[in-house]
Design a protein around this ligand. Structure first.
Ligand code: MG
Length: 440
């Protein structure tokens, strides 16, 4: 259990009892309002959903089942149906033996840590209000999620301009929830689509996280088909990774930067990103100038969304391929990310590889170090005392220097700290990380 939801292993910790009781707790939290329920394509989805929906019905909720849909699709249906909240049954990029339950608020975004904690507290106390027979919940089904999503994305991109470019795209949907809607969107935008791992059966053709080592087949498919680019979704289709026309995995950090380049060219404004996100976004914003700015937040989707609302951001996201466009939905959305990347190419007739080569490039290194009890605080005190640099302590500590940055974050679950450093080259990134770790 964490602020971003509950995950467990099927046949072990993810039981129907857990799902039903979380349904009862969430139903009580929503005071028996309307709840939309979507799920990714995992074989365990029907089991988890049936139990969860039972819990919601017992609390008197009206449940609208959306079927196999993405996380952003579920989120936007909350608004479409004026629901009080939503639930997505997904374990995102985890392998097939996992499943999870993720709550969404009436605004269609991840709940704040306080709200998430109050739902879990109700679950732990097991003091569930049960509706009597006159107030027992009902189930409806709605199959319009993909159409609604396509319509929303179409409103924020130049459909005609993208169609004129007639791009050939390989889409890897990893047998997940994004395949059906993803193909619909790309075809609507006039793309010739080569769809791999399209069937939404949840028996993932490769390890589902859209990282370089898992996308070698997509990279080859782009080359073999002479495609203009490749897109990879994760199983619940909130994240997107991009492969360029040379079959090069360009990295999830670039997804947000390419999307931001498109949005800022038309709407220069603030962009919210977490503290672990690449400095490329700062360079881009500096280039745009007038009105554009970067707001850095604590790690976690809810924190980014909170900052977007507070600062009226034109875009938000994370360096893991998560792009949030407030005009579409307040969660990470691979569909709007695809639309924005294609829109960028439509306005810039060069191949994607040239567009990417023009962007600033950095090397980001990630490592973990063990921490003793209380070790983080005294370590960070020493860093503050002896290191010069611009510091941000919204989440762990991030130190920025002209040549790069380091972000140190203690784990919530293990006695370790994660250290991310970024600079123009690996040697500098390593040296910057060492400047901080040697004070431990
Ligand atoms: Mg995901």
């Amino acid at each position: 259990m964490s602020v971003s939801g509950v995950r467990g292993i099927i046949g072990d910790s993810m039981t129907p009892t857990l799902a039903a009781e979380l349904g009862m707790a969430f139903g009580a939290h929503l005071d028996s309002g309307t709840v939309v329920v979507g799920r990714d394509s995992r074989p365990s989805g029907p089991m988890v959903q049936s139990a969860l929906v039972g819990g919601l019905l017992s609390a008197g909720c009206k449940v609208v089942e959306l079927g196999i849909v993405s996380t952003p699709g579920t989120a936007l249906m909350i608004g479409e149906l004026s629901a009080a909240g939503g639930v997505v049954i997904t374990a995102s990029h985890n392998p097939v033996q996992w499943n999870g339950i993720k709550f969404l608020t009436a605004q269609g975004c991840a709940p704040s840590p306080e709200v998430a904690e109050s739902i879990f507290a109700a679950y732990r106390q097991k003091n569930f209000p049960l509706a009597d027979v006159d107030r027992i919940g009902t189930i409806e089904r709605d199959h319009s999620t993909h159409d609604q999503h396509l319509a929303r994305v179409s409103r924020v991109v130049n459909v005609e301009a993208i169609r004129r470019r007639q791009l050939k795209v390989v889409l890897d949907s990893i047998n997940g929830a994004g395949g059906v809607g993803g193909k619909m969107l790309l075809e609507h935008l006039g793309c010739r689509v080569v769809h791999i791992n399209a069937e939404p059966h949840g028996r993932f053709a490769h390890t589902p996280e859209p990282t370089a080592e898992n996308l070698t087949s997509l990279c080859s498919a782009v080359l073999e088909n002479g495609a203009d680019l490749g897109f990879a979704q994760d199983p619940d289709a909130d994240r997107l990774a991009v492969v360029d026309n040379k079959g090069r995995y360009i990295g999830e950090e670039y997804t947000l930067v390419l999307a931001a380049k498109q949005v800022l060219s038309q709407h220069p404004g603030p962009v919210a990103v977490n503290l672990s996100t690449s400095r490329m976004i700062d360079d881009l914003v500096a280039q745009v100038g007038q009105g554009a700015s970067v707001i850095r937040t604590a790690v976690g989707e809810a924190n980014v969304v909170h900052a977007m609302l507070e600062h009226n951001c034109v875009l938000g996201g994370e360096g893991n391929g998560g792009v949030i466009d407030p005009r579409v939905v307040f969660v990470r959305d691979s569909f709007v990310a695809m639309g924005l990347v294609l829109n960028l190419l439509a306005g810039d007739w060069r191949p994607l590889s040239n567009v990417v080569d023009d962007l600033p490039s950095y090397v980001m290194l990630k490592q973990k170090v063990d921490l003793d009890r209380g070790g983080m605080k005294s370590w960070m005190d020493r860093v503050r005392m002896s290191v010069q640099g611009q510091m941000n302590n919204a989440d762990g500590l991030r130190i920025d220097w002209p040549e790069g940055w380091v972000h140190v974050r203690p784990s919530n679950t293990e006695p370790i700290a994660r250290i991310i450093s970024e600079a123009k080259d690996a040697e500098t990134a390593r040296a910057l990380a060492k400047r901080v770790t040697e004070l431990r």
